[in-house]
Design a protein around this ligand. Structure first.
Ligand code: SAH
Ligand code: DHB
Ligand code: MG
Length: 222
């Protein structure tokens, strides 16, 4: 028995209890698969976690960096109140197109704006255009750019805002001083940066289960 099996079995148990079957989310994953997109969406339970975090802080404005097929986008946008807004940044026009379909099929088209282009190019405009600070930012694009995303978004958050960073453990590779994988190097640098930033209180939780061994950074702006 592979060592990850108990984790997958418990993931299934948790999902059965807490993540009921959902037409829009299932449809988003099947359209993503049909379009040949990589299956690197957040796991169902992790989607529920970021949804709950957004709800717990009463988020009204959310920024996501890394849309893919809009699976995490749907989770986050569902946490918004009626007039809430989510902006999500995606470099790949094909991903953005699938995400647009998925978000509309979920009935969230009016709350979500998808901005196509490299995040470091589009972020300055998106940050400037925001009429109020972001209550929650979800970093999930190029791991080697997390530190740069972080610098941009710190200009447009408030006391109590949350900054979440996906995939910051990378199968444990981040504990090496010089990880071979550039994503792990980026995640390691990001973890060190948020840990040391006096403007934040933060933690990383490691995650296991259907998406393997990884982790989520959760930082609150003081
Ligand atoms: N948040 C999604 C998964 C995102 S996967 C979910 O959980 O459902 C990472 C996405 O980031 C991919 O779609 C990839 O095309 C995009 N990406 C990679 N580099 C990027 C960049 N520099 N700017 C914007 N998006 C980028
Ligand atoms: C990768 C990216 C992700 O956003 C993710 O959740 C899992 C894996 C990757 O690029 O390997
Ligand atoms: Mg991710």
């Amino acid at each position: 028995m592979a060592s990850s099996d108990p984790f997958n079995a418990v993931d299934a148990y948790i999902n059965d209890l807490f993540v009921p079957p959902d037409e829009a989310l299932a449809g988003a994953l099947s359209r993503a698969q049909a379009a040949g997109l990589p299956e690197i969406h957040v796991a169902p339970g992790h989607g529920k976690l970021i949804y709950l975090l957004a709800k717990m802080i009463g988020a009204r404005r959310i920024l996501e960096i890394g849309t893919l097929a809009g699976y995490s986008t749907i989770w986050l946008a569902r946490a918004l109140p009626e007039h809430g807004r989510l902006v999500t940044l995606e470099v790949d026009p094909e991903h953005a197109e699938v995400a647009g379909e998925n978000v509309r099929a979920a009935g969230l088209g009016s709350r979500v704006e998808i901005v196509v282009g490299p995040a470091l190019d589009t972020l300055p405009r998106v940050v400037d255009a925001a009429d109020a600070p972001f209550d929650l930012v979800f970093l999930d694009a190029d791991k080697s750019e997390y530190c740069a995303y972080f610098e941009h978004v710190m200009c447009r958050v408030r006391s109590g805002s949350l900054i979440l960073g996906d995939n910051v453990i990378r199968k444990g590779a981040v504990i090496e001083a010089q990880p071979k994988e550039s994503a792990a190097r980026g995640a390691r640098a990001f973890n060190a940066q948020i840990a040391a930033d006096p403007r934040l209180e933060a933690i990383v939780i490691q995650q296991v289960g259907s998406k393997g061994h990884d982790g989520l950074a959760i930082a609150r702006v003081r």
